[in-house]
Design a protein around this ligand. Structure first.
Ligand code: WT7
Length: 647
């Protein structure tokens, strides 16, 4: 029996959605999605109101997903123009710089509108047209949001690359989507350290497959020296500042692409997840308002990076579509010290705070003092996202950070889902530490066994979704078949999430983590196949197998088994070199925590690596290897067990 934190009466009284409203509207949303989402769509400003609401079939013979198919709108108009009358002077974005000694900045809706229009005009002048792809590789600065909205304004499809990715990863993504222009900065700044963004772009553009890029716009951020290669490279301010402050928005169909964002899967290279305009924006805005119980005077802070979907939906599109004040933080939680988050909350009187379990665990390790030296009295709601939150961290977040006053919304979703699918609504749903609780309106989770048989009642299985929701991804860019194969073939008639999940006696959902070969490191998805390909690119590596293992802070860590080419010698230097090699190929987030030499890997007689066994060894549970009799050479296991890191 888990403990329950009932909705506080005081919170429920003022909340947008109470228990009765949630139950009533959820039932209605599932019974008649057309009526429910047709009404919900009224929250957006449309040039042409949609009359066809939902047009979806998961049937492989006639597969399609369309929402609001005849509607027309512009996302930047919905995030900016329509707020100008009532909220022109309201702060849209608060910029909190890396260093607390640098000034914070407030950007009003009016100023943001102007900055977006100017960049949009500049992009048009540079030849960017509706449908063209634009890569954004920026630090967490206001220009990141400006760049996304400027693309949306002219119908260009943005593709944001996380600033922590290395040149190879940039090049793969730029090449895959055929970007025409890149917006970057001279350097980023994180925890007092400089990140050579422009130099990384230069290195990426030397790699094959990137010659679609005509222009690189460079924001002067740190003022650090960079190589400008003319005429390709242009200073952002020189091109943007002289532009007119108004820009005619492009009329977009609801199903026109808004952005592409790459995410790791269990096989192959990262997939370009494509989201479209109407359904995505509506879903981001609606979930943001309902899950965070948004009020006009809230100061809302999501600590994610815009390089991930959380930054897209819940720093930029959702909050701005709702006319909210959204804080953009350039820095890191431990710089200049471990009280930074809490000081920022006090400094800007943040009311809603949304972060990841990995950050909570890292801060929890530092004890209560760094938290308690800040007041945090402005806070009224806390959120968690990215990976399962362990009940201990949940309670610390609730008791210490929120002083037992603030509900915690544990929000489950994915890059593919565009927005939150399972989460408590804080005025409606009693909380249980570690559970994402109940589905959002219109979302129908179900659990199936390995054969796809529906499991009822309190049980555990694979999490699928029985029907579509407006924020669902529409395709894998350039590979529609991969989209269908990845998500709709495993359990026909449903969308397969890739997550395992338990449902308890109250119908609450408890996500248990990925059931595929995806590792969730600090809330970031890393494909084991990607790390393996990076390792085997090294000339001394013959073969590599990568698995996840439980990690106290990161949730999961990366454990790599490496077999060297015959004649190469295992050494600590080579080990370090291989870890550095992965960082260089993919980026620091993919660095293996442990690397173990493997004279041989456990394989079946048909040559398939048995990851189940490697996972158990990495978990330091050699007594749970299970059946090893189908291995071609069972003796390789003994040596791996003997030399494992936990031994
Ligand atoms: C995977 C999606 C959603 C934005 C950030 C990550 C895991 C995400 C939770 C949560 C348990 C969670 C799942 C999911 N995940 N949120 N609240 N509880 N697990 O997006 O990179 O697409 O990763 O993150 O395993 O499938 P993403």
């Amino acid at each position: 029996m888990s403990d329950i934190y009932p909705v506080k009466p005081g919170f429920a009284e003022r909340a947008r959605i109470d228990k009765a409203a949630y139950e009533r509207d959820y039932a209605a949303s599932v019974k008649d999605p057309e009526a429910f989402w047709g009404k919900a769509a009224e929250r957006l400003d449309w040039y042409r109101k949609p009359t066809v609401i939902k047009d979806v079939s998961y049937d492989l013979a006639d597969f399609h997903i369309r929402w609001f198919g005849d509607g027309e709108l512009n996302a930047s108009v919905n995030c900016l123009d329509r707020h100008l009358d009532a909220r022109g002077d309201k702060t849209a974005l608060i910029f909190e710089p890396d260093s607390p000694d640098s000034p914070a900045r407030h950007v009003s809706y009016r100023e943001l509108h102007e900055r977006v229009c100017k960049l949009a005009n500049a992009l048009r002048e540079l030849g960017v047209q509706k449908g063209d792809r634009v890569t954004i590789y920026l630090p967490m600065i206001v220009e990141a949001a400006v760049a996304m909205l400027a693309c949306a304004r002219i119908g260009a499809v943005h593709m944001v690359v996380f600033g922590g990715f290395a040149p190879n990863s940039i090049a793969d993504r730029v090449g895959d989507c055929g970007a025409r222009l890149i917006i970057t900065a001279d350097e980023g700044l994180r925890g007092g350290r400089k990140v050579p963004l422009k130099a990384n772009v230069d290195a990426a553009l030397k790699l094959p497959g990137t010659n679609t890029v005509e222009t690189v716009l460079v924001v002067r951020h740190t003022g650090g020296a960079v190589d400008m290669q003319m005429p390709r490279d242009r200073w952002y301010d020189a091109v943007v500042d002289p532009q007119p402050a108004a820009c005619e928005p492009e009329r977009m169909n609801a199903e026109d692409p808004l952005f592409i964002l790459y995410t790791s899967g269990s096989t192959g290279k990262p997939k370009g997840v494509l989201h479209t305009t109407g359904g995505y924006l509506l879903f981001a805005a609606y979930t943001h308002e309902a899950v965070f119980d948004l009020r006009e005077d809230d100061v809302y802070w999501c600590t994610a990076d815009v390089g991930w979907v959380t930054g897209h939906s819940y720093i930029v599109y959702g909050p701005l579509a709702n006319g909210a004040t959204s804080l953009i933080f350039e820095g890191v939680p431990n710089y200049p010290d471990f009280s930074r988050f809490w000081n920022v909350i006090d400094r800007h009187q943040v009311t809603i705070f949304y972060t990841a379990p990995t950050a909570i665990r890292a801060l929890m390790r530092e004890g209560e003092a760094p938290v308690k030296q800040a007041s945090r009295a402005s806070l009224r709601l806390l959120g968690s996202v990215g990976e399962p939150i362990n009940p201990e961290a949940w309670r610390w977040y609730y008791d210490v950070v929120g002083d037992g006053r603030c509900p915690v919304v544990d929000t489950w979703w994915q890059t593919e889902t565009g927005g939150i699918l399972i989460s408590p609504l804080p005025g409606a749903v009693d909380l249980k530490p570690g559970s994402a609780t109940l589905p959002f309106f219109g979302v129908q989770p179900a659990l199936v066994d390995a054969e796809g048989k529906r499991l009822e009642g309190a049980t555990e299985g694979n999490l699928v979704l029985l029907d579509s929701w407006p924020g669902q991804m529409r395709t894998v860019y350039g590979d529609h078949q991969r989209f269908i194969d990845t998500y709709f073939k495993t359990y026909p008639g449903t969308y397969f999430t890739g997550d395992g999940c338990r449902r308890d006696e109250d119908g609450y959902y408890w996500i248990t983590g990925r059931v595929d070969d995806v590792i969730n490191v600090s809330g970031h998805r890393i494909g084991t196949a990607e790390v393996e390909s990076a390792l085997v690119l090294h000339p001394k590596v013959a073969e590599a197998a990568v698995v996840g293992f439980p990690h106290d802070i990161k949730g999961q860590g990366i454990y790599a088994y490496v077999t060297l080419v015959a004649g190469e010698v295992e050494s600590d230097e080579l080990l370090k070199e291989l870890v550095a090699h992965v960082r260089k190929e993919i980026g620091p987030i993919a660095s293996p925590d442990f690397l173990q030499w493997a004279p041989g890997l456990p394989k079946t007689r048909s040559g398939k690596i048995m990851r189940r066994i490697l996972r158990k060894i990495a978990e330091n549970a050699p007594d749970q290897l299970g059946d090893t009799s189908t291995l071609a050479d069972p003796s390789v296991v003994d040596s791996l067990v003997k030399n494992r890191h936990g031994a």
